[in-house]
Design a protein around this ligand. Structure first.
Ligand code: MLT
Length: 293
């Protein structure tokens, strides 16, 4: 059995699986065109988010039995075509939750303590002590949208820091979505992107936010209506935002998002810790092997 690994994973873990009956072919730089040509040779395919597993790729993969996503979001895999072709799709939803929670906390503190300005002004030779008065997280209200592994963990950590939490998901909530937006000092989004969640955060929701509040998106760009958020930030309807994910990735160098001074940005690194990557790689290799037998 042959499994193609089409994105960068933890290659230390790869070595541990070398002796197994399944042969892993590691090609983290494979282009979409080349993938289309070679996919017919593989029973399994492992990806992260770079590779888009489209209808065309799945249909060309005549031998494919399992597709593994090292990570949680399945929005880069055509699940309908996979199902039609009886291909099992597996992911590792819990493997990166700690990493995402920790980055969320980092972004919250960066916003409240203006860390981006603090760092860059020091490098620029300035001393902005008087301008950099921040706020404490303790006593603030944080609204968590999405209540899976990440949302739940985040709630526990925030509460231990003296934060009042609101949470909302389809199945579990302690508040309605409108109330969450209206009452929170920080709203943080942890949803997967599906037909149901696409553009779920729109003008109407953002309009309810306090002018002093912040929005964090560390899930997928597509869950927010891009123009609505841009407008809210450009016109200072909210105090600011921290974004780790975008409507198009990689974010183009000349993107208008790079020019807003009330937005801090990271390049989709929510799950990018060595621990999370090792965990996700190990779990996905095991899950794919299991589904090939
Ligand atoms: C995920 O869905 O697991 C994360 O967004 C990480 C990623 O795609 O790189």
């Amino acid at each position: 059995m042959k499994v193609l690994i089409a994105d960068k994973i933890d290659d230390k873990v790869l070595k541990l699986h070398l002796s197994k009956s399944v042969k892993f072919d590691y090609r983290p730089e494979v282009t979409p065109e080349h993938l289309l040509k070679i996919i017919k040779n593989y029973e399994g395919l492992i990806v992260r988010s770079r590779t888009k597993v489209t209808e065309k790729i799945i249909n060309r993969g005549k031998k494919l039995k399992a597709i593994g996503r090292a990570g949680s979001g399945l929005d880069n895999i055509d699940l309908i075509t996979a199902k039609k072709n009886n291909i099992v799709v597996v992911n590792t939803p819990g493997a990166n939750s700690n990493a995402v929670v920790e980055l969320t906390l980092g972004l919250i503190f960066s916003l409240l303590r203006k860390l981006e300005n603090a760092y860059s002004s020091m490098k620029d030779g300035l001393w902005l002590k008087k301008d950099l008065k921040g706020q404490e997280l303790k006593g603030k209200a944080v609204g968590i949208i999405g209540y899976g592994n990440i949302g739940k963990k985040l709630k526990t950590v925030l509460e231990s820091l003296g934060v009042k939490t609101y949470f909302f998901s389809r199945h579990k909530k302690n508040v309605g979505l409108k109330e969450l937006f209206a009452k929170s000092d920080i709203v943080t989004i942890h949803l997967s992107l599906t037909a149901e969640t696409e553009n779920i955060i729109n003008n109407k929701m953002l309009f309810l936010m306090k002018p002093s509040s912040y929005l964090i998106n560390i899930s997928r760009g597509g869950v927010i209506e891009e123009e609505s958020l841009y407008h809210a930030l450009k016109n200072n309807k909210i105090a600011g935002a921290a974004l780790d994910v975008y409507w198009s990735e990689p974010l183009p160098p000349d993107s208008k998002w790079r020019k807003l001074n009330n937005v801090i940005m990271t390049p989709h690194i929510g799950a990018s810790t060595s621990e999370a990557l090792t965990r996700a790689t190990s779990e996905i290799m095991e899950k794919v092997i299991k589904n090939l037998k």
